[in-house]
Design a protein around this ligand. Structure first.
Ligand code: BYC
Length: 313
């Protein structure tokens, strides 16, 4: 046993991708199923806050772009569920775990989208945070997850730019539009920092995930990269980040920033955020209302199979 485990770790250390047919420690399989399925759930639940603005987008062009973006998120969810299935977890089990509240999804999607500017802030900040985290995952040690992330990252880059473009338009607009823009940045800034997960010192999975090269950069490292990036980009918007403690640290060559409200983060993760109940209810309803589609697809597949059998006979 020790031998196979050592061989596995040697492959990981040598940057050889682990594939579904390869031996892997049970705990590696489990942590991947946990992370990939939670990632998939985040993509699917993440369609809801933005989906709420498809009917209210300010122009036909903005509506078409938003529609495409939300459809992209559905696609990301599907690639990720497929990647998790290669580890032996059924799609049904993953969905059940989401609906029962057993599986987590990103805390960020439990906040409401109150104005059109929120769609810009989600694109710029939420997709921006997601990209930093996901670019690292393109090199994650499990082959199917890494390959899914390559395509996802390309699409996320477009998402981030469309969000920034929405905010830039508002930032150059009327006084009311400028206020809307700043208000959305104020509300989405801190929850975006929370997306990277707890501080490294509180991150229960990080040590092992770094050893297995599932994670390549720690939660705090990525959060730092994000803050440094946003400080530059917000200048282009002519807006402010809502943190009086944000300042350049010459010695570190990085920015320092204020304390995240970790109590809020854990409350949201535990199901007590502003929209947790609404989000899960929407997902459960979508699943129930889509039952006839799944039944029809299964009946069609069976019919095709029977036809092929008849032809072969
Ligand atoms: N929210 O030990 P840690 C998108 C949990 S979607 C909720 O650091 P890990 C998009 C964590 O699961 C992008 N829970 O964990 C879609 C763990 O609990 P469990 C979503 C969180 O896994 C639509 C516990 O806290 N991205 O881009 O090493 C529209 C301790 O944490 C959160 C991904 O899913 C959180 N924010 O690191 C627009 C990326 N943070 O599971 C955009 C893939 C932590 O032990 N995931 N927890 O019960 C990852 O990279 C890692 O799982 C994380 C956390 C960095 C998130």
């Amino acid at each position: 046993m020790e031998n196979v485990e050592q061989k596995f770790q040697d492959s990981v250390n040598a940057e050889i991708k682990i594939e579904p047919r390869n031996w892997m420690p049970e705990a590696y399989r489990k942590t991947l199923i946990r992370q990939i399925s939670q990632h998939a759930h985040s993509e699917i639940v993440g369609m809801l806050p933005e989906g709420a603005w498809i009917t209210r987008a300010p122009s036909l062009k903005r509506k078409a772009i938003l529609l495409a973006k939300v459809q992209d998120e559905a696609g990301h969810g599907l690639y990720l569920y497929s990647a998790a299935e290669t580890l032996g977890q059924s799609r049904e089990q993953m969905i059940n775990d989401l609906h029962s509240g057993k599986a987590k999804y990103s805390s960020i999607f439990n906040y409401p989208t109150k104005s059109w500017a929120d769609i810009g802030a989600i694109g710029w900040l939420v997709d921006g945070a997601a990209i930093l985290n996901q670019v690292m995952l393109c090199r994650t040690s499990y082959g199917p997850y890494a390959r899914a992330m390559v395509r996802i990252c390309k699409e996320e880059s477009f998402h981030q730019r469309q969000g920034f473009d929405i905010l830039l338009t508002l930032a150059n607009g009327t006084p009311e539009q400028k206020i809307m823009c700043q208000d959305a940045i104020n509300r989405w800034w801190w929850p975006s920092l929370m997306m990277f997960g707890p501080k490294d010192s509180e991150s229960s999975n990080s040590d092992q995930s770094m050893k297995w090269k599932i994670k390549r950069k720690s939660n705090d490292e990525l959060r730092q990269n994000f803050v440094d990036m946003c400080v530059q980009q917000v200048k282009v918007l002519g807006m402010n980040l809502p943190d009086p403690d944000l300042k350049w640290n010459e010695a570190k060559q990085q920015h320092d920033w204020g304390e995240i409200d970790w109590n809020e983060f854990w409350q949201v993760v535990k199901g007590n955020g502003p929209c947790n109940k609404e989000r899960l209810e929407a997902r459960r309803n979508a699943w129930d209302n889509g039952a006839w589609v799944r039944e029809a697809a299964a009946a069609h597949a069976q019919k095709q199979k029977d036809k092929q059998k008849q032809q072969a006979a």
